[in-house]
Every structure is written in structure tokens, then in C-alpha cells.
Design a protein around this ligand. Sequence first.
Ligand code: FAD
Length: 342
Amino acid sequence: MVWRAKKNPSLPIPASLFEAAARHGGRIKTDVNFADFPIPLGGEWLHVEADELKRIVGDESVLIETEIVGYGSDATVGYFQDGEFSLGPSDDTDLKFVGETWLTFFETYVLPSVTDQLQLETEIVTVDYSGPEVVLTDRSGGEHRGDAVLVAVPPKIIKDKAIKFVPDLPVGQREAFDAANIWGGMKVFIEFAERFYPTALVVADTNDNDGQKLYYDAAYGQRTATNVLGLFTVGDQSIPYQELDPGEALRDYILAELDEIFDGAATRNYVKHISQNWNEERFIGQAYLADSGDWRLPPRMREAIDGRVLFAGASFTGGSDWGSVHTAAASARRAVSELLSP
Ligand SMILES: Cc1cc2nc3c(=O)[nH]c(=O)nc-3n(C[C@H](O)[C@H](O)[C@H](O)COP(=O)(O)OP(=O)(O)OC[C@H]3O[C@@H](n4cnc5c(N)ncnc54)[C@H](O)[C@@H]3O)c2cc1C
């Protein structure tokens, strides 16, 4: 991604943005039909302080009206282990968007500055940097020429060689993609007639080096009377859910899991659900680089080639933090400034 903040008076960067999908947003996809507040099907929380939003907008003169909220003293965490349920206070420091999502934030403050440069449904299949120009070829055979390219696709796209690089990536960089442990993932949202669950629900052994799973009150902090429970799961923990038909089979599996903890309250209160399996999302096919991944790989994956082929995105970081929306934005800022530096 390449962007310029809304209302930024400087000239637009002379760049074209090619997006394979028919929609913008990638892994911050949002559903606006399920409830009376937007449902974040991918990235949801802000994992760092709120000032990060200002850094993303990149223009001090822009008033950011996005409302965010932290978890207050009313937030609880339920633990379920060995058939026993216990409740404690939450120490979650993440922030949530109120009546918005990461997607609507970007749509308000970032997207307007690049709308004219964005071409949807343009899947790039070849990046040829063998000559003096960088030549991109899209799925329909269209050629796009430029001085440089910033590749901002999920790492699995590169790992799976869905984009052909000519010449191929340097050996060390290709090895880094091959070695990367990329988690799959899924989110499910369930509406219930009553709220019988805590703010977060941790089931024993569901947060380890191979993945994560968390049920949480998705309506927490929202101005709504609708009860929506979220399920966030990545890595090995997500596999049992991904293997099920997303309709009745997934519903029944989740209700059985919750009924055991809450004495049948899930089945009694079930209204409807939606799910998003990120492994099946075209042009993405993944959740994010494993939290437990090797910190030496992201810096190797993002190495610029010849100053003309650059990489950006949540996984293309310095190696201390990766896999979040704020790391995607920071990585893009870094790559763009590298690209524009004389
Ligand atoms: C289930 C889940 C929960 C998450 N929760 C959080 C959270 O709470 N907080 C947080 O900060 N982050 C979270 N994340 C991570 C966060 O959403 C992502 O790390 C971030 O949005 C990735 O941004 P990106 O720009 O790097 O990649 P993407 O958003 O994946 O964008 C890459 C784009 O490249 C396009 N593309 C792919 N191939 C091609 C091609 N050949 N040609 C042209 N375009 C192509 C794709 O269509 C896509 O739009 C979560 C992710 C998942 C999946």
C-alpha cells in the first residue's frame, strides 16, 4: 500500500495501486449487515496506544474523530479448565473502535487520498525487474511500467509463488519466505438473545506457540443492545473450526462448546452467526505470521532488491513486532520513505 494523508496539501505520489480483489481493505474486511454496529471480520483491536492513529494519518492538521475505547473495570475474564469455570478482572490493554472498525478508519482518513490511483480487480502475476524498468503484468495480460514497485501482498502469496519475480528473489530472501510459519485463522460472530458470557473467555490450553483461541464480547464498548459473542482463532487452534461447514456444523460445534461451560445457555439463546475463514479468502489465504515465529525472518523477507523492488505489510517489519494493522502501516511508511529518498 502507498498512501498520503487526507487533506495533505503535498502533491500525490506518482504511483498506481493494484489490488487483486474487488474490494479494498484486505484483512481488515468488515461486515455491516450482521448487527447494528460494524463487525470486524479480520483485524479488530488496536494493540498499541491511540496516538498510533495520528501516525497513520500522518497529518497533524487532520482532526481524528474516530472513537476508541479500552477495557474498563467492568470487563471480566472467564477461565474454563478441567470442567471448572472461574471469573476474574480483565487486564486487557487493547483498544477497540466504537461504531467503527480499522476499515472505516482507513476509509475516512487514508483511502480518499489514493482512490484515484487505486485499480481494483487487478491481480499482479509477474514482477519483472530484469530491465531498466520494473514491469508488472496483471492476470488479464495488461502491462504496467514504472521505476520501482512496492509489493504489499500477504507473505503467503509470495511463499506460494502466486507472483512470479523475474529474476527470482535473492536466495536468502526466498529461504526466509520458505521458512516463515504463517498461521491460518478464522473469526466467528454469534448473536445471542441474552448475554450469559464474560467480556473474554479463555479455555485452558488454547493460547500456545501453535495458535490462539479466544471467545470475547464483540459488543463490549459499542452503543448497542445486541449481544454478539466473537470467536477469534489462529494457527492450530483454528483448524477444528475451519474443517466444519460454516453453517449448521460450525454453529453446533460452537454451541456445544459453550453449552458445556454455561449450562446450555448458548443453545437456548442462539439467534444467528457469521464466519470468516481467512484460509479461504482469495488473494490472502492466511491469517498472519505466527506470533511465535522466528524474529530474524521479517527483516530478511522485506529486504529491498536493487532499490527498486520493495516490500511492505504487516509481516515486513524490523523483526520485533509483526502481524498487526499498525505494523502494516509502519512498514508501508518506512518503505515509501525508502522509495522516495534520493
Ligand atoms: C483473524 C484475524 C484477526 C486479526 N486481528 C487483528 C487485530 O485485532 N489487530 C490488528 O492490529 N491486527 C489484526 N490482524 C492482522 C491484520 O488484520 C493484518 O496484519 C493487516 O490487516 C495486514 O495488512 P497488510 O496490508 O499487510 O495485508 P492485507 O490486508 O492482507 O492486504 C494485502 C492485499 O494484497 C492483495 N493482493 C494479494 N495478492 C495480490 C496480487 N497478486 N496482486 C494485487 N493485489 C494482491 C490482497 O487482496 C489484499 O487486499 C488480524 C488478522 C486476522 C486474519
